[in-house]
Design a protein around this ligand. Structure first.
Ligand SMILES: Nc1nc2c(ncn2[C@@H]2O[C@H](COP(=O)(O)OP(=O)(O)OP(=O)(O)O)[C@@H](O)[C@H]2O)c(=O)[nH]1
Length: 304
């Protein structure tokens, strides 16, 4: 794996940036298409793993950070605490700033959080395919004024420009050490969490603006058994609750004659069957949880 003059390196990297900065797209491009599920996490991290980048010279573990934003509720505050812990514990923080949008208050807020930790920062100006050379140059300068960065790299995840270079550069900043994951395992977001995310994404897509932030998902039960149609295959029965904040939101999620909830289920099932590698029966129910974003007990129940 390692060559005599270049030691093997491994470690943790967190991608941060305001919503829409391109973090997910960049993560996916860095990791590549192959996604698997790892059930064991190394003891070295408490954080959810988004993906693992395997290179001959090292291994980069991309750590999930929930959105970093000004706290408006207890949920927001807790998320920000998680973010700060994550930033302090990883080896490198990648701060994504899109090339096609002016640097704004959201970026400045994140920069202030980064100033509180000693973790080295790599500034990445994303979406360079969507901006002119002049715009990119101006953005590189503006971004550099926000934080003290070790490196500043313009990339396009969509056009696959400079992504390999970024991976090499990040690996070079990690401590020497053995691989943290076997190379056929790419993510270890636990299955339950991924199930919840797929359902939540499907629900947000189907209801759009109507149930904005007050939507949470909890996976109540996962039953795996041999598929009666094919005993070699696994059949998974899932019981999932969609929690909304207000009674008025419930009919929106259900739709006329249950049409919306049915559509959410069909949409989610495609991803779920891929994730679980077999047929899935998804039982979805809608409940009203009240002001869950500000209620510590309810937050705990939802895993925050
Ligand atoms: N043109 C272009 N668009 C991009 C690129 N990367 C991301 N996008 C687009 O920007 C939007 C946001 O990208 P995401 O990767 O979801 O951004 P994010 O930072 O993960 O967003 P949040 O989940 O809201 O925090 C999507 O519409 C992407 O298709 C890029 O390299 N070029």
């Amino acid at each position: 794996m390692s060559t005599p003059d270049a030691p093997y390196r491994s470690g943790f990297v967190a991608l941060v940036g305001r919503p829409n900065a391109g973090k997910t797209t960049l993560t996916n491009r860095l990791v590549g298409d192959k996604v698997g599920i790892v059930s064991n996490r190394p003891q070295t991290t408490r954080h959810a793993i988004r993906g693992v980048v395997h290179r001959p010279e090292g291994q980069l573990v991309l750590v999930d950070t929930p959105g970093l934003h000004k706290p408006k509720s207890l949920l927001g505050q807790r998320l920000n605490d998680v973010v700060r812990d994550t930033l302090a514990e990883v080896d490198v923080v990648v701060f994504c700033i899109p090339a096609d949008q002016p640097v704004g208050a959201g970026d400045a807020y994140i920069a202030r959080q980064l100033a509180n930790v000693s973790t080295p920062v790599v500034l990445v100006v994303t979406k360079t395919d969507a901006a002119s050379k002049k715009q990119i140059t101006a953005q590189l300068v503006a971004a550099s004024q926000l934080v003290e960065a070790r490196e500043v790299v313009p990339v396009s995840a969509v056009a696959d420009e400079q992504v390999d270079l970024l991976a090499d550069l990040l690996i070079g900043m990690l401590p020497e050490g053995p691989p943290l994951y076997p190379d056929d395992q790419l993510t270890d977001d636990d299955v339950e969490r991924q199930i919840g995310e797929l359902v939540r994404e499907a629900a947000l897509e189907k209801v759009r603006q109507e149930v904005p932030h007050g939507l949470a998902v909890s996976v109540e039960e996962i039953i795996r058994k041999p598929d009666p149609r094919d005993p070699e295959a696994v059949f998974t029965e899932l019981h999932v609750l969609l929690h909304c904040e207000r009674p008025s939101q419930k009919p929106m999620l259900l739709g006329k004659g249950g049409a919306t909830i049915k559509a959410i289920g069909s949409e989610a099932r495609v991803g779920l069957e891929q994730l679980l590698g077999g047929r899935v029966h998804l039982a979805l129910h809608v409940t009203v949880l009240g002001e869950w974003q500000d209620d510590p007990k309810k937050l705990q129940r939802l895993g925050y």
